[in-house]
Every structure is written in structure tokens, then in C-alpha cells.
Design a protein around this ligand. Structure first.
Ligand code: CP
Length: 312
């Protein structure tokens, strides 16, 4: 693997999932691989899981880790080519990416969307600019439209907990008071299309994701019907894609409850708002996989970093 910008960078997803599960059983098996290598974790946005699990993954491989919160601690970066930098930005991505590439062997980056400018968000300006101007591999720790490390984690978790060869997996929209990005549901949908599951999406009308991503996946507007016979229920809020970044509904009846999911396992990427997205009774039950999912973030990142270090 030369980079991990999105799920298309995975050659063989089943093999990568297997590798992650093997690393989970023996996390320090490749401790020599990252000796004298370092990774820079660059954050434009908040994080708990991504930051700590990617740091742990790198350390398990013997790497040194540097972390920079770019918004609060770095110089304000300019991304436009040819711009006259006489206003707010102090450093151009051309210099910043080239300089950081001299200090680390891998750059990992988190940069959320604006949710106001769909065209710019879909251009993935920040992560693509780093890729263009860095001379080391770049890893996506959640960009404007994709969260591939989370999706790989979710596939690992489904693989570990599935009770049948081809489980039914339902991605359900759930209410939230703030406008949230599409990165997690986008990448989850793409990943479910890459592995052998019976996958459906349910959400209120007006919350259709990018049709280029959902493709042939069935979309059922009746949540109860969609959840029927589900083996895994993955809850997530996202803002409208068509009315870009808008909150079209906060309908509480879409909150996930035990009564709705019956015996299905519950998944969420976290952080989650209790009793808004999902009821306490679900998160506090044996059916919730959210803690196991968060644990798997380490081994998803470790499998990806291992492949990059090996130049596979
Ligand atoms: N799921 C996830 O990416 O968590 P953080 O935002 O805390 O990193």
C-alpha cells in the first residue's frame, strides 16, 4: 500500500481484515518494522479514538509518533495555488507538506468538511494537497467525504461477530441536534459493498447520501421495515446531502431502541449522544459492540500502517 486516502487503496479487503485480526492477537509481532520510523498525526479537528488508536497502532509497530493540532498550534495554512498571502494564512501547503515530509515517514491527517461548500468539500482540497506536496505516504484519519479507517474497523468488527456467512447489515440514520458530515456513512456504505453482507440503508426522505456512493444499495424509508431480521444495526446521523449541510429532521422516533433492533448487534463509530441517537438500554446491553469497535480502530490502523511500511 502506497497511501490510504480512501477504500480504493485497499487491494484485497478480506486479506486486510484477516491481517488486522492476526495483529490483534499478537500486536507486537512487527515491533521491528517501524524501528527508526516516525508518523506525524496532523489534526484540523477534534478526535479521541482516531488520535489515540492510530498512535497506539504506530507504537505497536515500533514507530515514533508526533502529533500536531494544526488549527490551534500550527500556522494557518494556505491551499490555493498562486494566492497572494496578504490576509489570514501564514504558510503555504507547498512548504508545510514538504517540510513535514522531512521529519516523518508517514503523514496521517484529519480534516472535516465545511458543510457549506459542497463542491469544495467534494474536491477534498486539504488531503489531496497534502498528497500532492508531501513526499511520504498520506493516511486519511477522516476527510471531508471519507473515513476509511473507521469503515475498515467496522468490517473487522462484523467479521468477528457475525453468526452467519452473509449477515444482514442495516445503516440507519438517527437524529442529532447538529449538522454532521457524510464521511462515516459514505465509507461504511462503500465498505459494505466490498464485503459479503446483505446491506440496506434507512433514513427519512431528504437524507439521501451521494447516489454515486450508495449505488445499487436498497434505500428503505420505513425504518421498521428496514430493520426486520437485521443482524447488525449501524446508527449514524448525517446532514442532508442534497440540501447540503442542512438539518431536515430531528424526528425522535428514529432513535434506536432495543424494541426496534430485536436481537441485532448495535454498532456506532462514537462519539454518540445517548438517548438522542440511541437509547441507554441499547448501549448498556450485551448487544452493543461500540467498545469492541473502538478497540478495533487500533488494529485497522495497524494493518494499514504495516502494509505502508512494508511498501505492499
Ligand atoms: N470514530 C472516530 O473517528 O472517533 P474520534 O472522532 O473520537 O476520532
Amino acid at each position: 500500500m502506497k497511501q490510504f486516502l480512501d477504500l480504493e487503496d485497499i487491494d484485497n479487503v478480506d486479506e486486510l481484515i484477516k491481517n488486522a485480526i492476526t495483529l490483534k492477537s499478537n500486536p507486537f509481532s512487527h515491533k521491528e518494522l517501524g524501528k527508526n520510523k516516525s508518523i506525524g498525526l496532523l489534526f484540523f479537528n477534534s478526535s479521541l479514538r482516531t488520535r489515540l488508536s492510530t498512535q497506539k497502532a504506530a507504537q505497536n509497530l515500533g514507530m515514533e509518533v508526533m502529533i500536531l493540532n494544526l488549527n490551534s498550534d500550527g500556522w494557518a495554512l494556505e491551499f490555493e495555488d498562486g494566492s497572494i498571502m496578504n490576509a489570514g494564512t501564514a504558510e503555504h501547503i507547498k512548504e508545510a507538506a514538504a517540510v513535514i515530509s522531512q521529519y516523518v515517514d508517514i503523514i496521517a491527517l484529519r480534516a472535516f468538511p465545511s458543510l457549506t461548500d459542497k463542491k469544495k468539500d467534494e474536491e477534498e482540497l486539504i488531503i489531496k494537497s497534502f498528497k500532492e506536496h508531501a513526499s511520504v505516504p498520506v493516511v486519511n484519519m477522516e476527510s471531508a467525504t471519507a473515513h476509511p479507517l473507521q469503515a475498515l474497523t467496522d468490517a473487522i468488527t462484523i467479521s468477528e461477530f457475525k453468526q452467519k456467512e452473509r449477515p444482514k447489515v442495516v445503516l440507519t440514520w438517527a437524529p442529532h441536534p447538529r449538522a454532521l458530515p457524510h464521511a462515516v456513512p459514505n465509507s461504511f456504505a462503500k465498505m459494505m459493498q466490498m464485503i459479503d453482507v446483505d446491506f440496506v440503508i434507512t433514513h427519512p426522505e431528504g437524507y439521501e447520501l451521494n447516489p454515486k456512493i450508495t449505488g445499487e444499495t436498497p434505500i428503505i424509508y420505513d425504518q421498521e421495515e428496514a430493520l426486520k431480521d437485521a443482524d447488525f444495526v449501524y446508527a449514524k446521523n448525517w446532514s442532508s446531502y442534497n440540501d447540503y449541510g442542512q438539518i431536515k429532521s430531528t424526528d425522535e422516533s428514529w432513535m434506536v431502541t432495543l424494541d426496534k433492533i430485536k436481537a441485532a448487534k448495535f454498532m456506532h463509530c462514537l462519539p454518540v449522544r445517548r438517548n438522542v441517537i440511541v437509547a441507554d438500554e441499547v448501549l448498556d446491553s450485551e448487544q452493543s459492540l461500540v467498545i469492541e469497535q473502538a478497540n478495533n480502530r487500533t488494529y485497522a490502523a495497524q494493518a494499514v500502517l504495516k502494509d505502508i511500511l512494508e511498501g505492499k
